[in-house]
Ligand binder design. Structure first.
Ligand SMILES: Nc1ncnc2c1ncn2[C@@H]1O[C@H](COP(=O)(O)OP(=O)(O)O)[C@@H](O)[C@H]1O
Ligand SMILES: [Mg+2]
Length: 293
């Protein structure tokens, strides 16, 4: 993609630096240390002994910055059929810059998500790129699955957190953003007074008109989340209850569609995914088999 088109996606509080075959958009207020890390190739950075996050070869790397903050470096990976062939290569350089644009616009509209510090792409062959996004770490904010697994939150905290989650997703939708993959691992929570919830991973998110209502894309997001909750419940037991689901929907609808009855919406979501449940069970069975064998 042409340089000028990419640069047009970069908000003004970022500066754009070009290197041989690479392009970096970095916050103008980024400190010296972040600047050095973002300008280095991943293999040059390895010596800094970071903490890891996520899974697989494309896990995120977390680096300490001087100002007691931490930066999360997330490589872009391909989904779909081509992922085995092309690993972490992107066709074209636009995807990271599009995500930057969506995140910035969402944050400007009050969506609780991680702030972007930098975006980098490296050309490794004609039309083939590697990309990386750097965000500010949301401290002490595990994803919902980890939170449910590690802690047995007190009932009042749990209720407040479920409401915060409903509001966070509603804010995302009110800002016109449809999440590409809204599941429990892309929702982070911070238990506190008040508890906070964040929606992350807006890679491939799409922009739709802002404002209230419950259109197809928004419903599809809620269904995806519901499926993720059912999977968690099935595989790990102590998950979300029916009461949690209503509380979530009530908080969500209060922002987006106060006239709708949560029960009606719950019915519209209400599939039980028999085939997927079978697949999840089989997946777990195979995993156990592999661990034992
Ligand atoms: N800014 C951040 N603060 C805290 N944790 C993060 C942040 N960004 C990513 N993570 C953690 O890393 C995991 C993977 O990051 P994510 O952005 O979802 O990318 P992907 O799912 O494509 O690997 C998240 O589920 C979350 O646990
Ligand atoms: Mg994710």
């Amino acid at each position: 993609m042409r340089r000028a088109i990419l640069e047009a996606l970069v908000p003004s509080r970022f500066e754009v630096l070009h290197g041989p075959g690479s392009m970096l958009a970095i916050r103008r207020d980024a400190g010296e240390q972040l600047r050095r890390l973002a300008m280095a190739r991943p293999e040059e950075r390895a010596a800094t002994a970071p903490a890891f996050r996520g899974r697989g070869p494309t896990q995120c790397l977390v680096y300490d910055l001087h100002n007691h903050r931490r930066a999360v470096f997330r490589p872009y990976r391909r989904g779909g059929l081509l992922r085995w062939l092309t690993r972490n290569k992107l066709f074209g350089a636009a995807r990271p810059f599009r995500e930057l644009e969506v995140v910035e616009s969402a944050r400007a509209r009050g969506v609780p998500t991680a702030a972007v510090l930098a975006v980098r792409v490296d050309r490794i062959a004609p039309f083939l790129y590697e990309g990386e996004m750097v965000t500010e770490e949301l401290e002490e904010a595990p994803d919902v699955r980890q939170w449910l697994r590690r802690e047995a939150p007190a009932p009042a905290m749990r209720r407040a957190m479920v409401r915060a989650l409903g509001e966070a997703v509603a804010q995302l939708h009110a800002a016109g953003v449809i999440h590409p993959d809204l599941h429990l691992r892309n929702l982070l929570v911070r238990a506190g007074e008040p508890p906070c919830a964040f929606v992350i991973d807006l890679d491939r998110a799409v922009r739709r008109p802002e404002g209230p209502g419950l259109g197809r894309g928004r419903l599809a997001n809620l269904r995806r989340l519901d499926r993720s909750i059912q999977k968690h419940n099935l595989l790990e037991g102590a998950g979300a209850t029916r009461a949690d689901r209503f509380r979530f929907l009530r908080a969500y609808l209060r922002v987006l569609a106060p006239d709708l009855d949560p029960r009606t919406v719950a019915r519209r979501l209400g599939a039980h995914y028999p085939l997927r449940r079978l697949r999840w069970r089989l997946g777990r069975w195979f995993q156990r088999g592999a661990a034992a064998g």
